[in-house]
Design a binder for this molecule. Structure first.
Ligand code: HDD
Length: 714
């Protein structure tokens, strides 16, 4: 939702690196991808390689007779089909992904010995999977939810998985609470409602009883939970990790992904409508961007804390419900990631990819964050039931590009045929191979960071994890006025769906009142509850009054309007030359003009030519575009003024704060709708209007209009 641009270092850094072309960047992975099958020119065969002569008819005793059991071709086909589904992920079931590469900006030797962060020439293949958390595989893309942001780096030293989210904190502090949290947020067990959302009793029951969730819940009630695009989200590793250099010196780090596309969200009304009108909105957006060569880019950065400074903060670095404000420790850029190749097969790649935070390489290590420690176990474990056994690392999308010889040869679905007789180490039969590698930097054997532990075995939460509200308050108070209003509305909407009043009251009095009394009072008013006068606990407050980096309004916006979809509303009698002028102006900006008519049939221009349209206004509703233009042409404008579809299009675009540019003669159309010109509602036929329109689209939404737009029906 940002409009401001800053001279962030990442822009200059991104511009400074060479962008290798698509063919070269994926050459390494593709040269190892001999498992991709192309059937072009090939005969249809059974799985056993027998050519099939008839794929239309089963084998029967006579044309009208019963089918015969000996029809091995039909049996094989149906058996395979009967088993084509695998269990979906317990969480993050709905997702999409893409291939790309990572390139380091330089040699970060002082920080880490990890090879992919040491060599700026190295192109490391990556696969990224983005996801929602709550909904099943077929649920909507734009529901209010956290987004998963999981990256697999296929490095020369083994796979490194950075399994993060688009929010920098988490709901709970200890992995032992994860099943409880997930059971609460998932659809309710008796009726499996709601699909893809948290607006229900069990979720709010849990979070109102578990104050450590307060910080993450306010992020989930913010605009971050309804991103405009997967390309326009920040990503976070969440936990504190360690980077280790060749001398064995460790630094604590928090990983960040900063998108070159800006950080933007949709409005809640848009999100809800999109969930029905284009369930695949985010999936489609990512796919189309990559297909059209508009490759999304992120910068990987880290906040670095020397080990000696571990205890210098007013929160615990091991507590995953806390951020390190960027004002205290800025993000140091390390390299960039570009996504430039769509999968060939969704199931084989997106569905079968298996991430695990425990997949690390020499130069990276864990911290004692108890949430991270539990995750190290859970992910490998879940793949065993989801992907059918412990050999899931042999599925093509999960295979490292580094060799992986060891004694683990058996188990279900083993693909590799290991030669040699010794599946144990040490051995003298196979010459001792495969052998251990020394941990010295040049040898590359993995060595855990040597941390001194002298402790009592105990089930206890550290006292340093007990402040649950200071950073939630910092988050709310760092938001712009528009963003604060969105948060208030989100809590009001969600709690309004909660049937049990005692849960609503507890959330307002025992959670929101401890975050911010203005927030609590506004939500209480919307629920018909008394405003709490004070919180229930003493909140010490953050050392910062505000963290500007938390507000999307302050983050670097998009640069230009590349790839943004702009609707041109046309009907019979439209001025063909004006359409041409607008299309050319948009194409000059690398935006995507889309001609939308009353139906999918071509419209007739004023000079009698047939003008094909890209879609009907119904087929590509306003929620699917970023801006709207109405070209000149008296008859066309008149037809639009008489069309409920066109009027709704403009009203809805206005309500959703989108840029709208209307030809001079269209002023009457706007008047009839009661819409007044503003910084993003422009009337005229000249270049000035186009320039202002482009600027408004670049700003993403016309935020100053938000109060006026309240009066427009949804
Ligand atoms: Fe998790 C999937 C992110 C805590 C257990 N998680 C999963 C995915 C993402 C995250 C992005 C989807 C990966 C993909 O696309 O395949 N999870 C997080 C983050 C967390 C977190 C950022 C906190 C900082 N997760 C977490 C805990 C546990 C799990 C505490 C268990 C103790 N997560 C899982 C899982 C999943 C998973 C059940 C489901 C499917 C899978 O792993 O492969 O094992």
């Amino acid at each position: 939702m940002s409009s401001k641009k800053t001279d962030a270092p990442r822009e200059s850094q991104l511009a400074g690196t060479q962008t290798p072309d698509k063919a070269n960047t994926n050459a390494k992975l593709q040269s190892l991808e001999n498992f991709r099958a192309d059937a072009t020119g090939e005969a249809l065969r059974t799985n056993q390689g027998v050519k099939i002569a008839d794929n239309q008819n089963s084998l029967k005793a006579g044309a009208r007779g019963p089918s015969l059991l000996e029809d091995f071709i039909m049996r094989e086909k149906i058996t395979h089909f009967d088993h084509e589904r695998i269990p979906e992920r317990i969480v993050h079931a709905r997702g999409t992904g893409a291939h790309g590469y990572f390139q380091s900006y330089g040699d970060h030797a002082a920080l880490t010995k990890a090879g992919f962060l040491r060599d700026p020439e190295a192109i490391t293949p990556v696969f990224v999977r983005f996801s929602t958390v709550q909904g099943p595989r077929g649920s909507g893309d734009t529901v209010r939810d956290v987004r998963g942001f999981a990256v697999k780096f296929y490095t020369d030293e083994g796979n490194f998985d950075l399994v993060g989210n688009n929010m920098p904190v988490f709901f709970i502090q200890d992995a032992i609470k994860f099943p409880d949290f997930v059971h609460a947020v998932k659809p309710e067990p008796h009726n499996e409602i709601p699909t893809g959302g948290s607006a229900h009793d069990t979720f709010w029951d849990f979070v109102s009883l578990v104050p450590e969730s307060a910080h993450m819940v306010i992020w989930a009630m913010s605009d971050r939970a309804i991103p405009r695009s997967l390309r326009m989200m920040e990503g976070f590793g969440v936990h504190t990790f360690r980077l280790i250099n060749a001398e064995g010196v460790a630094s604590f780090v928090k990983f960040h992904w900063k998108p070159a596309q800006g950080v933007h969200s949709v409005l809640w009304d848009e999100a809800q409508k999109l969930a029905g009108k284009d369930t695949d909105y985010h999936r489609r957006d990512l796919w189309e961007a990559i297909e059209t060569g508009d490759y999304p880019e992120w910068e990987l950065g880290v906040q670095i804390v020397p080990e000696a400074d571990e205890h210098k903060f007013d929160f615990d670095l091991l507590d995953p419900t806390k951020i390190i404000p960027e004002e205290l420790v800025p993000v140091t850029p390390l390299g960039k990631m570009v996504l430039n190749r769509n999968p060939d097969n969704f199931f084989a790649e997106v569905e079968q990819i298996a991430f695990c935070p425990g997949h690390i390489v020499p130069g990276i290590d864990f911290s004692n964050d108890p949430l991270l420690q539990g995750r190290l176990f859970s992910y490998t474990d879940t793949q065993i039931s989801r992907l059918g056994g412990p050999n899931f690392h042999e599925i093509p999308i999960n295979r490292p590009v580094a060799p992986n010889h060891n004694g683990q040869r058996d188990a279900l679905h083993r693909m590799t045929i290991d030669k040699g007789r010794a599946s144990y180490e040490p051995n003298s039969i196979d010459g001792g191979w495969p052998k251990e590698t020394a941990p010295a930097a040049e040898d590359g054997g993995f060595e855990s960071h040597q941390e001194r532990i002298d402790a009592t075995k105990i089930r206890q939460r550290s006292e340093s994890f007990s402040d649950h509200f200071s950073q939630a308050r910092l988050f709310f108070q760092s938001m712009s006025e528009n963003e604060q209003q969105h948060i208030i509305k989100a809590y009001s909407f969600e709690l309004g769906k909660v049937e049990r009043e005692h849960i609503r009251i507890r959330e307002v009095n025992e959670i929101l009142a401890n975050i911010d009394l203005k927030l609590a009072a506004a939500v209480a008013a919307n629920l018909g509850l008394p405003a709490p006068k004070k919180g229930t606990v003493q909140v010490k407050g953050s050392s910062l009054a505000k963290s500007p980096a938390l507000s999307q309004m302050n983050l670097p916006g998009s640069v230009g309007i590349k790839g943004r979809k702009i609707a041109l509303l046309v009907a019979d009698g439209v001025d063909g030359a004006d359409v041409d002028r607008l299309v050319k102006a948009l194409e000059a900006q690398a935006a995507r003009p889309l001609l939308l008519g009353p139906s999918s049939a071509p419209v007739k221009t004023a000079d009698g030519k047939a003008l094909p349209v890209d879609a009907s206004m119904e087929g590509m509703p306003s929620v699917m575009v970023d801006g709207i233009l109405v070209p000149a042409g008296k008859a066309s404008l008149q037809a639009l003024a008489g069309s409920g579809l066109a009027k709704h299009y403009l009203l809805e675009g206005y309500k959703h704060l989108k840029a709208i540019g209307v030809a001079k003669d269209g002023k009457a159309l706007l008047d009839s709708l009661g819409l007044k010109e503003d910084a993003g509602l422009l009337v005229g036929d000249d270049q000035k209007v186009i320039d202002a329109f482009v600027k408004a689209v670049e700003g993403h939404r016309v935020w100053a209009r938000e109060a006026a737009a309240e009066a427009i029906p949804a």
